[in-house]
Design a binder for this molecule. Structure first.
Ligand SMILES: [Cu+2]
Length: 465
């Protein structure tokens, strides 16, 4: 036993390194390897005809997005843990070493196996004590998107991130897949300024993640125009997430219970994944930059201040001056919505170790999103392994301002005003000397002749009212 434990730990060191090129070389694999954005694939080693894997469950430091790092619990330095890939018919042996401060067990969610390998602490095995290694071994009798997660003190352990994909490829795929992605959903509550998720929270989460990353920390998905893409989505969290893909109709082709027959599939643009479920979607990629996000409206957002008062539509004129006398640096906001928050976050220091509600630069300015949000980038040509940048929209296919872009101010034309400090205004673009926000163009009295704008539409001009 000591020798096995020692060997497992020794091999685990190697497991932390990159997957060998053989294991990711599609030409040497009988399947299209799954890509786990912001994650990795678990290496394996063939030992006497058995695929051997090694997982170490431990406390880790995990970056949710630049500017926010949490103390999570994960496998092999990651949450979700590295994706296990195998093929139907394989015999697998999985060593699990527990470096958590309490017992654990690993349940192979959706995998058909002997009861004693099911990984429920107390029911099918004793919990793995801290410092010990257990061995699971079984033959894969199915294919599909399964998961693994701890099954002992679930509230704490899964709340801290102990989960991962267990993907079993069919022996003979029904059709070829060009890109195969896997995204784990999760939600967290991390009090701003702290780094340990509060696993006691049941409903009011403030960080929402794809593969434990929040936008703008989420890696994009890429594909070539016309390719068949599969996205596998898993959830062992506390909430359901309706995941929406722009620019495509897809079909839900499988659940963790197996494939859905073609006659039972229907087209969708949103797939809801409840806790304890996986869903596979497939589609043919259309060129563009397409948002992929949870459609619950708080979930493509970062840390939310749920206890703040609702001031939407409430005039805060003069409030800032009064309160800033008592609270230096006080800034009134929310009167016109929260989009300005993204602007403030660029130049104002927020609370430590948390994320502004939304952020991320796009080709047209700030992307007013966060949380469960990423981008599917589809191009006619790709340099594999490189981010293709922003989509070069064909001429005439971008929504644009009626009357053309804002022109430099002329007398009686446009003036540039700080949304926060109405006393700051000037006749050219710039930023507010008080708060640094980008000044917003506002039309003064409409000059005769429409000021060069489209005359028929000047009344509907999109400039500030
Ligand atoms: Cu959601």
């Amino acid at each position: 036993m000591v020798a096995i434990v020692g060997g497992a730990l020794l091999l685990q060191r190697a497991a932390h390194s990159q997957v060998s090129s053989d294991q990711l070389n599609p030409n040497r694999l009988p399947y299209t390897p799954v890509v786990t954005p912001n994650g990795s694939t678990l290496p394996w080693k063939m030992v006497d005809g058995v695929k051997e894997f090694h997982l170490v469950v431990e406390e880790i430091e995990w970056e949710i997005a630049p500017g926010m790092t949490i103390k999570a619990w994960g496998y092999n330095g990651q949450t979700p843990g590295p994706t296990i890939e195998a093929v139907e018919g394989d015999r697998v042996r999985i060593y699990v070493t527990n470096k958590l401060p309490e017992m654990t067990a690993v349940h192979w969610h959706g995998v058909l196996l002997p009861s004693g390998m099911d990984g429920v602490a107390g029911l099918t095995q004793p919990g793995i004590p801290p410092g010990e290694t257990f061995k699971y071994e079984f033959t894969l009798r199915q294919h599909g998107t399964q998961m693994y997660h701890s099954h002992g003190d679930e509230m704490t352990q899964m709340g801290m991130g102990t989960m991962g994909f267990f993907i079993i490829h069919p022996k003979k795929p029904a059709h070829h897949i060009d890109r195969d992605y896997a995204i784990f959903l999760n939600e967290w509550f991390v009090e701003p300024g702290t780094s340990t998720p509060n696993v006691n929270v049941m409903t009011d989460f403030n960080i929402f993640t794809f593969n434990s990353r929040a936008f703008p920390g989420t890696a994009p998905l890429v594909a070539k125009t016309g390719e068949r893409v599969r996205i596998r989505i898993g959830n062992v969290g506390q909430e359901s997430h309706p995941i929406h893909l722009h620019g495509h109709n897809f079909k839900i082709v499988a659940t963790d219970g197996g494939e859905i027959p073609g006659s039972a599939q229907w087209p969708e643009t949103t797939v809801t994944v409840f806790p304890g479920q996986t869903r596979d979607i497939e589609f043919i990629a259309n060129p563009g930059d397409w948002a992929l996000h949870c459609h619950r409206r708080h979930h493509p957002m970062n840390a939310m201040g749920h206890s703040i008062p609702n001031v939407l539509g409430v005039s805060q004129a003069g409030l800032e001056e009064k309160i800033s006398g008592l609270v230096p640096g006080y800034m009134a906001m929310g009167e016109t919505g929260m989009a300005e928050h993204a602007e403030h976050a660029r130049h104002m220091e927020g609370p430590a170790n948390t994320l502004p509600m939304m952020g991320g630069d796009g080709p047209f300015g700030n992307v007013g999103m966060g949380g469960m949000f990423t981008i599917l980038k589809v191009r006619d040509h790709l340099n594999e392994g490189e981010d293709p940048g922003w989509y070069p929209n064909p001429s005439g296919t971008v929504a644009s301002q009626v009357g053309g872009p804002a022109k430099p101010a002329v007398s009686g034309g446009v003036t540039y005003v700080c949304p926060m400090h109405p006393d700051v205004h000037q006749n050219q673009p710039g930023s507010c000397p008080k708060c640094g926000m980008t000044l917003k163009p506002q039309r003064e009295a409409e000059p005769k002749g429409g000021g060069g704008n489209h005359p028929a539409e000047s009344s509907g001009d999109a400039l500030g009212s």
